[in-house]
Design a protein around this ligand. Sequence first.
Ligand SMILES: [Zn+2]
Length: 486
Amino acid sequence: MKKAIFFVTTFCLVFFPLEAQDYWNTEIISVEKDQETVKKLMEMDLDLLMEWNNRVYIIVGFNDFLKLQKENIPYTLETFNFYPYKQKEISLQGGINGKYHSYAELERELLALQDSYSHIARVIDLGDSLEGRNIYALKISDNVYQDEQEAELFFVGCHHAREWISVEVPFLLGKYLVENYDTNSQVKDLVDQCEIWIVPLLNPDGLEYSIHFYHYWRKNRRDNGDGSFGVDPNRNYSYNWGLDNEGSSPFPSSNVYRGTSAFSEPETQVIRDLFAERNFQAVISYHNYSQVILYPWGYTNQPTAEDQLLDQIAADMSGLIQSVNGNIYEYGQAGADLYLTNGGMIDWTFGTYNIPSYTLELPPIDQEHGGFFNAEEDIQPIFNENLPAMLYLIDWSVQNLGSGINPSARREQRYGPKANLKDKTQYGREARDGREDKDTTQNSKLKANEPKTSGVKSKTIDIGSKAINVRKYSPMVIKEHKRKKD
Ligand SMILES: [Zn+2]
């Protein structure tokens, strides 16, 4: 009976208010129902939902969390218990962040990988976040302490704090590569021929805030000085930074605030500096949600000069992903679909280094299937379905090394033989660049996978138990990209 009352109350009081309110920024919490707390709650003008089992349930937005924190009132996050969809699946059994990694948990596991696989894995501290956390890269290669003339790839996760699955997928790639190196000859082959750089957690301050305080936090934790916090790291890269106020926001309180200048944030600075030192050939930046693969440009709906190549690789990755669990990841040019962005990472990596660059929006497909939060049981399946596409891009880079795509010579032409990392002025403001990894596919111009076959040879990549047929491109030369004047 109590249960029945609970659910009736739930449906009447929760779902309607949730729809009426800002669904995206709303959580449901419970606090213990003692007299002193209730008195405080009443004074705080909160949206009280119900009382049940000696706890008070409250619908809270961001400002309400600030009030609760100020009053030192402990609370339990209950949102997942109220989700209309996938109630059971969106589970976090192992504590507040379940099987998702916190900063400390990730740090521990990265260092453990380095210890166990020291011949092929190396952890590098790229620099500090605003709150002093280390931004780690995991480098995987044979002769991992040497800089060899090999293809280099870059996989990054968690520009955005609430996108927890985007930490897990690149991290699991690193784990998979080192754990299978000795037993899987194809993994060994790839690792021996390239240098794979993985930054699973670019925005550690934001992630910690999302785990411990406000789940839907997106930006970093920059104190903007006007009472608002956070710069959107994925609007802070220099290529067409701040081009317009559609693709990013000049207002500090906005979720897509671009910062006071390009590369004003440590998260983007470490990427900038790493790219100046390395010679990356391909890039994937992981986000969620919506299951799409996007390529530049984001700042305009005009295609890049390499649209066909970028599209072909995306189509192949989409096909490989689909072949695992049947999940469809649509693909297309970021700026040609949905909305524009400026100051985003992939426009910068493509615009500056002329390399295939992708934003990969991981599952779920929409808000109704969990939105930003996947069930912890889904972490491994999501990685599994993405693995073949990752291996494919690695293999593509190995095959295309020396084909003219970002050779060292060209980099040296741009930056001198050894880029002086201290001299920030050389990066300046290339011009103006820019997409929010938004969450709706309404009016989508993205393509469902109808993989193209022209110019493609077949190859099999073995991913453990499953052999997947990969269509391989013959090497193509990306033309020199004409940088706009500063
Ligand atoms: Zn994102």
